[in-house]
Ligand binder design. Structure first.
Ligand code: DP6
Length: 363
């Protein structure tokens, strides 16, 4: 079994003075949701997600050796301009990962980051953002330890990303990723995301995710506060065991391609996530009236046409519409005709299942 110790850096054979890397890392959409965590970013239940393809963070990391090795030192740019309000999150991330990456204080970093999706669209940028930073740091570590295997690179990148934001560990490698120990999924771990290790039915090839931007406003609850609400939640234990059952069920569905069951699990997970928020103390309703309009329209469309379209939600009002590639023409037409009116400024993003982080510049 993987342990935290496995990820502690202990090679110091090579000296590297400066360099820069650029990586992209995608967002992901959970099918079985992570909601609730223990100390050190350990999830309360296992989760599984589709990796996205278009919604990405692109981050460049430039580094140079510095004299004073007492503190972390970094500049943070967003779309090329200094962004002070992102710095505390990065500072905290560096503090959390220092024990695994003791070389960080030897360098001054310039982190230049941008998203392919509109800023404050309500699309979580923490998953793609932390994943993009983690893979860049691993590129530096690979320079310091050139014998590192690709497998270790991916595992440690996911491990570090998780310490930045839980769902980020599912954005490193693979198109369907499991995070959290589950008895039926060999190799699954609370410490890292692993690629779904079974053959996936062709129904899920190029699965589509059209994200309807219902409300681009600031999040009402940060995910940290949200996860905390699962402590002392009256339904917590039931929910955590349900997630294990749903992961077992979706494992079978991903293998046999049963879209009816897929829809049932995915929509139930989305509504359960929101039910947890509605029944916590304090309680929240993160759906907006338009979220419900969209859900009802999807149900009607599915009922009338038998096209296997379903929705899922994150901790917000936006709706992800999931559907197989072979029904995209009809589904996009339905979205344009019936759903765009419920989106803020008519905005939506067409995405699909993707493959994970990609190296763009390596020097
Ligand atoms: C509702 O990964 O954003 O999207 O670990 O506190 O950074 P932190 O939380 P985060 O939580 C995401 C929760 C979710 C469900 C999911 O992606 O599984």
């Amino acid at each position: 079994m993987l342990t935290e110790k496995y990820f502690i850096f202990n090679q110091n054979t090579v000296t590297i003075n400066e360099g820069n890397f650029q990586w992209s890392a995608p967002s992901n959409i959970a099918l079985v949701k992570y909601w609730g965590k223990k100390a050190n970013q350990i999830p309360a239940n296992p989760s599984i997600s589709f990796t996205l393809n278009q919604c990405k963070t692109i981050t460049k990391l430039a580094f140079s050796q510095k004299e004073n090795k007492a503190d972390f030192s970094f500049d943070l740019l967003f779309e090329g301009k200094p962004k002070e309000d992102f710095k505390p999150k990065i500072q905290k991330f560096f503090e959390r990962i220092e024990v695994y990456c003791p070389y960080l204080k030897n360098y001054h970093f310039t982190i230049d980051t941008q998203n392919t999706f509109p800023h404050s669209s309500g699309i979580a940028s923490s998953a793609s953002g932390m994943a993009a930073l983690a893979v860049n740091i691993m590129s530096l570590e690979k320079e310091l330890n050139p014998n590192m295997s690709d497998n270790f690179f991916n595992e440690k990148a996911s491990f570090l990303a998780r310490l930045g934001s839980g769902s980020a560990c599912r954005s490193i490698n693979g198109n369907i990723v499991v995070w959290g120990n589950h008895k039926a999924i060999e190799g699954s771990s609370d410490l890292i995301g692993v690629e779904f290790p079974f053959k996936v039915h062709s129904n899920f090839n190029n699965y589509q995710d059209t994200i309807l931007l219902v409300d681009k406003g600031e999040k009402q609850v940060s995910s940290t506060v949200g996860h905390d609400l699962m402590h002392n939640h009256p339904y917590a234990e039931q929910r955590f065991s349900q997630a294990h059952q749903n992961l077992s069920a979706i494992k079978t569905v991903l293998e046999n391609g049963n879209l009816e069951q897929f829809i049932q699990i995915v929509e139930s997970e989305a509504l359960t996530l929101h039910a947890m928020m509605m029944t916590s103390m304090p309680y929240f309703i993160l759906m907006k009236p338009n979220t419900l309009e969209i859900i009802n329209r999807i149900w009607k469309f599915r009922n009338d046409t038998k096209i296997p379209v379903c929705f899922t939600l994150d901790a917000g009002a936006n709706v992800h519409i999931l559907y197989p590639e072979n029904v995209s023409v009809e589904t996009l037409q339905f979205i344009k005709d019936e759903l765009v009116g419920y989106c803020q400024n008519g905005q939506y993003i067409c995405d699909e299942i993707g493959f994970g982080s990609q190296l763009i510049i390596d020097n």
